[in-house]
Write a protein that binds this ligand. Structure first.
Ligand SMILES: Cc1cc2nc3c(=O)[nH]c(=O)nc-3n(C[C@H](O)[C@H](O)[C@H](O)COP(=O)(O)OP(=O)(O)OC[C@H]3O[C@@H](n4cnc5c(N)ncnc54)[C@H](O)[C@@H]3O)c2cc1C
Length: 224
């Protein structure tokens, strides 16, 4: 494993761990992570394989693929050796090795007010990964929240996504006081809990219905 440089701290984002860190947690951890085979049936056997690797095409002629979810800090020689152990990849040539990516973000609870607006410079917004949201949906959504806020301030409306919606909850999370702030994916734990004690799927359904109602209300108020 390539050692982190002096200025790097090896604090990993839990949802995007290097494969070697996952593998160290237990012999089956990867099978519940990037190698998860659920829902994939091998047409040759009719059975679900023990583990799968997703290959994402990198070029039009299908000569290059990347290994999806294989964030890694393994030294390059080790990547060759270890990844060639995967059945089917014994002869693989490596055109680019995996490297760790750094997640840059500001100290949002300190610098951001509501709707991703800078406390000290109202009218200036930071959205996306820099604001401490993690993921495609979250980053795009935070941009939408910031844009709606700007639109509201230009047209004399108050546009605030309710905390019962995930985008509203994310916006609230990043600007709430937090001495150990770390980036966050959208998740149900960010939402104000519902009182009823329901099984997981039904609880999520309730969260979703509550969110839709709040959004409809907001939309209605905005079009008045
Ligand atoms: C390897 C990897 C895999 C990932 N997989 C997933 C996944 O499966 N699902 C998921 O939800 N999320 C995933 N993520 C996270 C996701 O990519 C980020 O959360 C998201 O892309 C952040 O969006 P963003 O718009 O804030 O930033 P970015 O997508 O990083 O966009 C920033 C843009 O700004 C440009 N830029 C930077 N500096 C300048 C400058 N000075 N001038 C002009 N332009 C500039 C950059 O080139 C870039 O295009 C992954 C991230 C990585 C690194």
């Amino acid at each position: 494993i390539a050692a982190p440089k002096e200025f790097e701290r090896d604090i990993y984002f839990e949802r995007c761990l290097p494969v070697e860190v996952l593998a160290k947690r237990g012999p089956k951890t990867l099978v519940f992570g990037p190698l998860k085979p659920v829902g994939l049936i091998d047409p040759r056997t009719g059975k679900q394989p023990y583990a799968v690797v997703q290959l994402r095409r990198e070029d039009a002629s299908s000569s290059m693929f990347n290994l999806v979810g294989f964030q890694t800090n393994l030294a390059w020689g080790e990547q060759k050796r270890v990844f060639r152990l995967i059945p089917g990849l014994e002869q693989a040539e490596f055109s680019r090795f995996g490297v760790m990516h750094r997640n840059s973000f500001v100290n949002s609870p300190r610098v951001l007010a509501k709707n991703y607006q800078l406390r000290e410079f109202p009218g200036v917004y930071i959205a996306g990964q820099l604001a401490g949201v993690e993921g495609y949906l979250e980053s795009t959504g935070s941009g939408l929240v910031a844009a709606l806020d700007l639109w509201g301030s230009l047209t004399g409306r108050v546009v605030e996504l309710p905390p019962e919606t995930l985008l509203g909850a994310m916006a609230a999370y990043v600007s709430r006081q937090n001495s150990d702030f770390q980036p966050m994916n959208a998740n149900f734990g960010l939402l104000p809990p519902i009182a009823e004690n329901l099984p997981k799927m039904q609880r999520r359904q309730k969260y979703s219905e509550r969110s839709r109602k709040k959004l409809l209300l907001l939309a209605r108020n905005l079009t008045l």
